[in-house]
Design a protein around this ligand. Structure first.
Ligand code: SF4
Ligand code: SF4
Length: 140
């Protein structure tokens, strides 16, 4: 990899980080509506574990997210879940945490103001395509 390639990848990773920050308030608005009454919270420890794509993205930003699994129950509550919710900023969470929309969450989002909803979808797609560009494939 040339130096320019490396700089481009860091730049791309920084754009992805900013995109997470842009979409997050809209998602948080709706998780704060639906999640407090949830009967089956989705944040199991197995969902809070980084996959190789998460690691690739975060490595570009200098984050080492090697994770131990020993001593953690994959079906138990996620190690990052605290009383006030997830303790990680969205950009540093595994991507599946942002990509997962349960039916209630989806319904709540879809029922928001049409313009806001459209802007959110556009920006979310932008985030996904930046991530695909960084990962170099059609992975999400
Ligand atoms: S996103 Fe859906 S499944 Fe997960 S905690 Fe919120 S309401 Fe429950
Ligand atoms: S990292 Fe955060 S959002 Fe993801 S599963 Fe764990 S507590 Fe939930």
């Amino acid at each position: 990899m040339t130096e320019t390639d490396a700089a481009d990848r860091v730049d791309l990773a920084l754009q992805i980080k900013e995109s997470f920050k842009t979409v997050s308030p809209f998602i948080e608005k709706h998780t704060s509506i639906v999640c407090p009454d949830c009967k089956k919270v989705c944040c199991a420890d197995k969902h809070g574990r980084y996959d190789s794509d998460d690691m690739l993205f975060l490595k570009e930003l200098g984050v080492d997210c090697e994770q131990q699994t020993e001593g953690f129950d994959e079906e138990g509550s996620c190690r990052f879940m605290f009383e006030a919710g997830c303790s990680l900023d969205r950009w540093i969470r595994p991507f599946r945490c942002t990509f997962f929309f349960c039916d209630d969450l989806l319904k709540s989002i879809e029922n928001d103001n049409a313009k806001l909803y459209r802007a959110f979808i556009d920006y979310f797609q932008h985030l996904v395509s930046l991530r695909q560009e960084l990962l170099g494939s059609d992975r999400v």
